[in-house]
Design a protein. Structure first.
Lengths: 199, 280
């Protein structure tokens, strides 16, 4: 898996710099406007864009055929794309957490931190099987629809989260469990899709 | 040894059926056929990138789909589009592939890169077609394999680069028991290095024979309609009618010895089978 991850990082290195700059910009906006929604939404975008860009390169180069022929297990090939998304998610989460602390006005911090992070992983779990199934070109259309819908939900729900003083812990636990289940189901679905694919 | 037995693959408008041939240790097998005949599909099935609808592909007697990573990496390959990541350079590729292949030999890879005069710092996307193919061959030769599979490695390349690539294939095969499966529609390349020829036409095997036997068995005759009627019909394989007369692909042994003929090439055989008529 290390080889595949390394290959993807080499492949997306130019885009990664742009996305890091965008994370910094959106976090700066969050701090200036005292609204962490900017910082959380860019996290979602980065989490899905990096694996998507990597898959787009693979489709263009015919790498998928190469890696299957190299004897690498399908589980490893699929798992690496989730790992790539998670790596970039973690980067944006760290920046988000720092931004959150700097803005530091809200009272119910745990809920507001957890919800966008869970959303990031949830979007990843929705998008990756779609891209594996339809390819990047067609998958991108479905992905945009899914991301816009989820972002709208996040922005709509954000004010409610601030009011969620009671039952906050239950919400966090439910959100985390839901996210983990979504990632696991998504991974199994992607595995099934990839095994039936031909290159 | 790699064996393909009764391989079948069905598409909406095209079927590949009943394909059986072996790639014995130490031999070079050439897979010929027109564009779209099914060569690449068969190769991709051997490599696991296309799922067969029937038959078996056996590697050292075991079903290839059940073979583990270690054994699978005894098969090295060169794809028609190379499949290498175009945003990487050779140094990056060395780092990546050393993590993917259990028996990756970095020093051998660097040596081949130098031998092929490939630029280490340049990105693949900036390589010429010939350089890309040489890089793909360098990759294929940099881990310990027992069989090399190449899909159209010389297609679209100039004669000098083609010759260099054939030399590399020859060197791979010459020492020991290593086998090669080489697919191409440039049959002159195959005539130079192949031991066996498998001809696929329209998804079916037309013949699977030793190259020397094949080239000695058949010949091309230019004859007219009158003479055609006088000769043994069993000798004729295919006929092409042209404005200036007829050309016949025939078995030499069954033809009169005083008849003038032209030695056959693989190109001729392909042409006769795809364009010629059969005489019953």
């Amino acid at each position: 898996m290390l080889g595949l991850l390394l290959k993807d990082i080499y492949n997306v290195r130019k885009q990664a710099i742009w996305y890091l700059a965008m994370i910094a910009l959106f976090c700066g906006l969050s701090i200036i406007l005292k609204n962490v929604a900017f910082s959380s939404t860019i996290g979602i975008l980065v989490t899905i864009s990096m694996p998507l860009t990597a898959i787009a390169y693979e489709e263009k180069d015919g790498w998928q055929k190469f890696v299957v022929a190299s004897g690498t297990k399908i589980r490893t090939i699929v798992g690496e794309k989730y790992l790539l998304g998670i790596v970039f998610a973690l980067v944006s989460i760290i920046v988000y957490a720092v931004t959150f602390m700097l803005v530091g006005e809200t009272e119910n911090r745990a809920v507001e931190i957890t919800a966008p992070i869970c959303m990031q992983f949830f979007v990843l779990s929705v998008v990756l099987p779609m891209v594996f199934k339809f390819g990047v070109e067609r998958g991108r259309v479905y992905m945009i629809v899914a991301v816009v819908a989820l972002m709208a939900v996040l922005i709509a729900v954000f004010p409610l989260l601030e009011d969620m003083q009671e039952g906050g812990t239950i919400f966090i636990i439910c959100a985390c469990v839901f996210t983990v289940v979504a990632i696991c189901v998504s991974f199994l679905a992607s595995l099934k899709i990839y095994k039936s694919k031909e290159f | 040894m790699l064996s393909i037995k009764n391989y079948a693959k069905h598409y909406k408008n095209f079927d590949i059926e009943d394909i059986s041939f072996d790639i014995p240790d130490g031999m070079v097998v050439g897979l010929i056929g027109e564009n779209g005949a099914g060569k690449s599909t068969i190769i991709k099935s051997i490599l696991g990138a296309v799922h067969p609808d029937g038959g078996n592909i056996l590697f050292n007697g075991r079903e290839i789909l059940k073979v583990g990573k270690k054994e699978r990496q005894q098969i090295s390959f060169v794809l028609d589009d190379t499949g290498l990541p175009m945003e990487l350079n050779l140094a990056m590729l060395d780092n990546v592939l050393s993590c993917i292949y259990d028996k990756w030999d970095s020093s051998k890879f660097r040596e081949l890169v130098r031998q092929f005069a490939l630029p280490e710092k340049k990105l693949f996307k900036d390589f010429s077609k010939g350089m890309k193919m040489k890089a793909a061959i360098a990759v294929a030769l940099s881990y310990d394999s027992t069989i090399l599979i190449l899909d159209e490695p010389t297609s679209g390349l100039d004669p000098v680069v083609r010759d260099e690539i054939l030399e590399m294939i020859y060197n791979y095969n010459k020492d020991g028991n290593r086998a090669v499966l080489l697919s191409s529609h440039i049959t002159s390349d195959l005539e130079k290095i192949c031991d066996y020829i498998v001809y696929i036409h329209d998804g079916k095997i037309i013949f699977n024979e030793e190259k020397d036997v094949l080239l000695n068995k058949y010949a091309v005759y230019s004859i007219d309609e009158k003479k055609l009627g006088e000769l043994d019909g069993d000798a004729f394989v295919r006929i092409i009618r042209r404005e200036y007369g007829m050309e016949v692909l025939a078995e030499k042994d069954k033809m009169p010895h005083d008849f003038e003929y032209k030695p056959v090439t693989l190109d001729d055989i392909m042409l006769f089978y795809s364009k010629g008529e059969q005489i019953c």
